[in-house]
Design a protein around this ligand. Sequence first.
Ligand code: CDP
Length: 207
Amino acid sequence: MAFTVAIDGPAASGKGTISRAIAAHFGFAHLDTGLLYRATGRKTLDGTPALEAAQTLVAEDLQGDGLRAPEVAQAASKVAAMPDVRKALVDFQRAFAARAGGAVLDGRDIGTVICPDAEVKLFVTASDDVRAERRWKELTFKGHKVSLEEVLADLRERDRRDSTRADAPMIAADDALQLDTTSLSIEDAVAAAVTRIETRQAELAKL
Ligand code: CDP
């Protein structure tokens, strides 16, 4: 049976970590939809037109550490504002969400556009400073030479572009559980998400 968990939120809010933990806990498949936009954005940096890049994505394009680079994140956020690029990626995401055995998808528009009927929706946030610090640690650990100020500026610029675009802007669905990980630990955020999912599973079992 399909069971979809939609997790949205801004950059470095903790949604990836929470998604992976939930997928492992329930044995659900996980799709980081940001990778689709990052892989598309990366191809545009080589000169491929954005729509062609989105239409020709293959599984190998979603692998490799290069996708985490700050310039790829910026390119991702630019192609993500193009309606035809978003449209080219919809079917794959919906098919993934509908797979038997349950699926967790994380991104910006999962609970609003891709899976508006998801059984559980979460919107994960954190303060700009906390998010910048987290992302700076991740990037420096991977060997990227960036300052905290540059990371903060990148997050703010992408958040602004992602939340003001006309098509599928980043916004919490009305029925999403909001989790602010500024002071809530990731463990507590995961525990809150697990409880929400178990409650929903129990409700569905009664129908
Ligand atoms: O990891 P981080 O939160 O920094 O970003 P990401 O989830 O990998 O997404 C990279 C970019 O892809 C975002 O800044 C968005 O512009 C775009 N994106 C989107 O528009 N819709 C999604 N469902 C996922 C990502």
